[in-house]
Design a protein around this ligand. Structure first.
Ligand SMILES: [Zn+2]
Length: 117
């Protein structure tokens, strides 16, 4: 297999935020749900709690105390996850709207409820 050329990362609009609950759509973690820990915008990736865990070897350090193997989340592409609407509890598409206060909010396409409180 020839080594694939590194493609420049095209930024996509990420409408997900930290603490959003998402469902994994593809890969070995398909069907799992978790909370977004971090959005990595320049790589179009998200870190989802307890999903896509990898083992990392760490050195002993003053902060962790002991070295060893720790499990941590690996980032995954944002297109692999879908937001779960907290109102109707399904993985859903949503659109952006503006609230009466002029703030951007997301609306569930299914139940038409505001996702952002
Ligand atoms: Zn909904």
């Amino acid at each position: 297999m020839p080594k694939a050329k590194k493609k420049p990362i095209e930024p996509v609009t990420i409408r997900l935020k930290k603490n959003d609950l998402v469902e994994v759509l593809s890969g070995k973690e398909k069907g799992k749900t978790g909370k977004i820990l971090r959005v990595i915008r320049d790589k179009n990736q998200v870190l989802v709690e307890k999903v896509n865990m990898i083992k990392r070897h760490t050195r002993p350090s003053p902060t962790t105390g002991q070295g060893g193997i720790v499990e941590k989340e690996a980032p995954m592409h944002v297109s692999k996850v879908m937001l779960i609407c907290p109102k109707c509890a399904t993985a859903t598409r949503f659109r952006l709207t503006e609230t009466a206060e002029g703030k951007k909010a997301r609306v569930c396409m299914k139940c038409k409820e505001l996702i952002d409180g």
